[in-house]
Design a protein around this ligand. Sequence first.
Ligand code: CTP
Length: 428
Amino acid sequence: MEIVLGVGGGIAAYKAALLLRLMTEAGHGVTVVPTANALEFVGAATWEALSGRPVRTDTFEAVDEVNHVRLGRRADLVVVAPATADLLARTAAGMAPDLLGNVLLTATCPVVLAPAMHTEMWHHPATVANVALLRERGVTVVDPAVGRLTGADSGAGRLPEPAEIWERAQAAAAAGAPRRPRASGSDAEPTPVPLAGRTVVITAGGTREALDPVRYLGNRSSGKQGAALARAALEAGATVRFVAGSMSVPTPEGVERVVPVESTQDLLEAVLAEAADADVLVMAAAVADFRPAEVSDAKMKKGDDGGAPVIVLERTPDVLATAVRTRSEGGPMAPLIVGFAAETGDATSSVLEYGRAKLARKGCEMLVVNEVGTDKVFGRDETAVTILFADGRPAVETVGSKDQAAAAVVQAIVDDLAGRDPAGASGR
Ligand code: CTP
């Protein structure tokens, strides 16, 4: 499951690191969202190292990724430990001065708050009222433990042990999301997250095939289309694994993990590992079809004879075809595989004819066909794509930004998954 671990600004923040370990060791993806005060106790580096994900505190960091709504929407569980008296008060009042506040306002999944504070604060009528209100709304507020507090004092207010919080959190997750009472007069539907619970592997960027330790054969892929696909899939609520070749744009925020690759062989290994238990594999990477048959261990020298080396090439493995073959041989592989094709038409066949032939040859379920020329597609923001389906559904055409193309591809994925499993994605 996708968990957001909120950390409030209290001395017990260090215990949240142990809680994080319990979550990641159980195989969950965890995004840590500390408050600014929490970072005074445990720094971002600790959270990033333990979660393997970037850590943000402020709503205005990575604004283009719309983190403040996306994190809450796609979470299956939000746990806040320690929750200070101040954080409880803000949450009860629906205030969102930072990223964690925004997550708590947008989350529709189970929310578990584990308070820690001095005994007087816990017994203060304001805190008592806030806790009662939060519980009434379906939030799980774990009672703090009794015992020694930070100073010489002791009483109710200690953060419960991480194992206990984790147990309560798992129970809350199993019980499911509380029904949030609608504010009267509000008829706004929440944004649908049709890929919630689905894992999508997206390959992006170009591969590089080494000639010697400093030179390579590469291509002009920018990775923009792959990054746009990742954003669209995240927006639809998916857990995204991003396999990144060489890219000229940043890798998107909010993905479960980024797996950097260089050569086609690296890409093949990453895809077989990452897509084995995924629902969807999207092969948007621009993959080399050929690589130098021999890679020189030392940098190739010019020599004095004025000549130039002859580079002999060999075929690279076809990653997409290998993924399809792995699946047809009964191996672990995503049930939905989406290929991309960069095509140019010629005198004998049109772009779409070549696309249909490639879809049949590759054996995947969908093929996204781009018409390429020197001034089209690579590195550009605009694109024209046609999505072809192996099951005979009519093709879908889009002209516009790479984000619009990505949205069309993600909608096609939603439709396909919904058609396979009516209990699963429901984007129709
Ligand atoms: N692809 C791949 N492994 C390769 C080459 C391509 O997985 N060695 C994938 C790409 O990521 C893309 C799809 O296959 O999703 C189509 O790539 P393209 O290069 O257009 O197709 P090719 O089969 O190489 O056909 P062509 O002869 O047109 O180059």
